[in-house]
Design a protein around this ligand. Structure first.
Ligand SMILES: [Zn+2]
Length: 54
């Protein structure tokens, strides 16, 4: 199932694709920060939105 990961701060799309990736891997690839708003991204408490693409 395709998935999308969105920054909670600015709704910037961090990852969008058909490949299901572990969210922590995505955040790591961004150095734990949103490239757009600079907000620190963490999974606990959750700062990103992860949902399947319809
Ligand atoms: Zn952001």
């Amino acid at each position: 199932m395709p998935q999308i990961i969105i920054c909670h701060g600015c709704k910037h799309v961090l990852y969008e694709g058909v490949e299901l990736k572990p969210p922590d891997e995505i955040l790591q690839s961004y150095d734990g920060k949103c490239p757009k708003c600079g907000r620190k991204l963490s999974l606990l408490p959750i700062d990103v939105e992860i949902r399947p693409i319809k």
